[in-house]
Design a protein around this ligand. Structure first.
Ligand code: KG4
Ligand code: ZN
Length: 338
């Protein structure tokens, strides 16, 4: 079964073709970063308009480059949420109508399920069950995963998402958007141990996260420092270490609580090298194995949507003649693929 995947939940138009027999056949991504750069964050209306401009040309281009035509598609998967509603509606509208015109099924994919399953695109894919730490610009959660669509939320952030904290802290340090890669870059020049940021919510039991305090801590630390480039690098490093350490503490608890030996790290923040290294140490200590997607599939992409959609379509799931788009959509509401 050959599936076209369309991702348009935020500031990236991702298109991919996934085949149940052959695996990932092709994928392409158009990032709107340049467009939003001058505003210091994503402007929803500009994002929607750019998805309108890019989605159809990218689908045509990807098919042509793959030597395929629309007639070779057996189904279409599009991101239906959570995300920016206008942006979602573009991919959903195009995906659902294209499927209708071709007489093939369409499936509405949950963006975070896409992230969660992205490591399945790698040669060494995790087997079920596993614990997943999903950390993106909009979400941070620990999930116990028994199978596709069988998700039990173990804990999530009570305020900012981890990616959001990276973005806000980067902004106050005068770095560009998105903040995660910018912070990671200057943190390489940071002096280890000069500043120590708190590890929020680790001195009490539970698997909840809180990241908004780190941003405030960064504001205050910056104000007390000389505000020079070295101080900024030192703050970036202390911030990054605090996020990685906090996540490692929560992941250890989640592995202990569930007794599971596989840990999956996914979502934009999973591209962070320091976090990966820290969680690799944790996994080694616990005799567990750590899985994460290749860097380009950590952040938003069409491949993860095509993969998740393919799994659901193969199981006979599809939508009727409706265009699904939901700004909010709890992960636990998904149906199991059995
Ligand atoms: O998954 P994603 O592409 O989009 C959402 O679903 O939100 O995640 C984007 C987030 C942004 O907040 C970005 O700053 C963060 O992931 N990010 C990183 C890194 N690369 C992207 N955070 C830390 N380190 C990175 N290398
Ligand atoms: Zn995402």
């Amino acid at each position: 079964m050959r599936i076209l995947g369309i991702e348009s939940s935020c500031d990236e138009t991702g298109i991919a073709i996934y085949d149940s027999e052959r695996g990932l056949e092709a994928h392409t991504l158009y990032s709107q970063i340049e467009l939003h750069l001058e505003y210091g964050g994503v402007v929803p209306e500009l994002a929607s308009r750019d998805h309108v401009r890019k989605t159809v040309p990218l689908i045509k281009q990807l098919l042509a480059e793959s030597g395929l035509t629309l007639a070779d598609l057996d189904g279409i998967a599009y991101t239906a949420g959570p995300g920016l509603i206008g942006a979602l509606l573009v991919g959903a509208g195009i995906g659902r109508s294209l499927a209708w015109s071709l007489g093939i099924p369409a499936v509405a994919v949950h963006h975070m399920e896409g992230h969660l399953l992205a490591p399945m695109l790698e040669a060494e894919a995790p087997a079920f069950p596993f614990v997943a730490l999903l950390a993106s610009g909009g979400h941070t959660m620990l999930v116990q995963v028994e199978g596709i669509g069988q998700y039990q939320l173990l804990g999530e952030t009570v305020d900012d998402a981890a990616g959001e904290a990276f973005d806000k802290t980067a902004k106050l340090l005068g770095l560009g958007y998105p903040g995660g890669p910018a912070i990671a870059k200057i943190a390489e020049q940071g002096t280890p141990g000069r500043f120590r940021f708190p590890r929020p919510m680790t001195n009490r039991p539970g698997l909840e996260f809180s990241f908004s305090g780190l941003k405030t801590f960064a504001v205050n630390t910056l104000a007390e420092s000389a505000g020079d480039d070295q101080s900024k690098a030192d703050i970036a490093l202390a911030f990054e270490v605090a996020v990685a350490e906090t996540m490692a503490i929560k992941c250890r608890r989640a592995l202990e609580q569930t007794g599971l030996k596989r840990l999956v790290l996914a979502g934009g923040v999973s591209a962070n090298r320091r976090l990966r290294q820290r969680l690799a140490v944790l996994a080694a200590e616990r005799g567990a194995k750590l899985y994460y997607p290749r860097a380009e599939f950590c952040t938003d992409n069409g491949a993860m949507i095509a993969y998740a959609g393919c799994a659901r379509l193969m199981a006979g799931q599809s939508e009727g003649l409706v265009i699904q788009a939901r700004a909010r959509w709890p992960l636990e509401q998904l149906s199991a693929v059995t």
